[in-house]
Design a protein around this ligand. Sequence first.
Ligand code: AHR
Length: 313
Amino acid sequence: MLIAGLAACGGDGGSGSGSSDDKITMGFAQVGAESGWRTANTKSIQEAAASAGIDLKFSDAQQKQENQIKAIRSYITQRVDIIAFSPVVESGWDTVLKEAKDANIPVILTDRAVDSKDTSLYKTFIGSDFIIEGERAGEWLKKEYEGKTDPVNIVELQGTTGAAPANDRKEGFAKVIGADPKFKVIASQTGDFTRAKGKEVMEAFLKANPKIDVLYAHNDDMGLGAIEAIEAAGKKPGVDIRIVTVDAVKDGMQALADGKINYIVECSPLLGPQLMDLAKKVVAGESVPQRVLTEETTFTQEQAKAALPERKY
Ligand code: AHR
C-alpha cells in the first residue's frame, strides 16, 4: 500500500511528442534481475502497465549504470511520453536527466533515489524510506540484546555499492546501534544484492572471524546465500548466528518461518499500480506529490508463519 507524501510539485507536466494515438508510451529502465524483490517489482510494473493501457518499453540494465543511461537516451530518441527508472546507483544522473528535461519528456523515479540537487529534473519519486528500514533492523537488534553487556559481533552484507538502499540501510542501522558500544560491526562488504555474492562473502567472513553473533543483510537474497555458507560451515543459522534482513519476499519469509532468519524488515516491490496512476497524471499535466512513500511493516518468525499463505511474491 502506498501513501502520498509531502508537497505537490509543478503540474506543468507536459510530455514528449509521444505516439500519435491516445495511448501513453512509457520507457522503463529497470536495475536488473538481481533479487526476488526485483523480479516481483518488474512483474508489478509490467502487469500494472497492461491493465492501465500504457504501452511499456522495458529494459534490464543488468546492474550497470551505463546500460541504464543508454536505455534512457534511447527512450528520449524514441520520443516516449514518459520515462520511469529505478537508478542502480545514486549519483551521476544529472546529464541524462537534463537531456530528458530539454526534450520535454518527464521522468519518474521509482524505488531508488538520485542525489541530484536539481529536483526539477524529475516529477516525483515513489518508493521506500531505506534509512527507516535500516533503523528498524537496528531497533530489533537493540531489543534482542537488551540488558546484555557482552560484545555482539556483527557482520554486514551491503547492497550494491553506491545504491541508495545500500547507503541508507547502512546509515540507518549504524545510527541506531552506534549508541551502544557492545555492538561491533566487525566486517562489512558488498554482496551486490545477489544470493551468489551473499554466499561468497559470508564464506570469507566465516573464515576470517571465529566469533560472529549476528548477520545484517541488506536484502533477503544475500541473507539466503549466507545461510548456505553458515550451514556449510557446520553452524545453525538463526541460532548460532542471528540473522536480520530486508525485503520480506516469499523465500525470505519461508526461511524466517523455518527459524533460519530471526527478523525481516519489509520493503514493498509492488510499485506498479501507483506508478501508472502517477504517469497518467504527469502526462496530463496534473500536479503530483513530490514524494510518494511506501507503507511497510516488519516480521517476526511467528508473523511470517501467519503471513506466508497470503504472500503474493
Ligand atoms: O532497491 C530495492 C532493493 O533492490 C531491494 O531491497 C533489493 O532486494 C533489490 O535488489
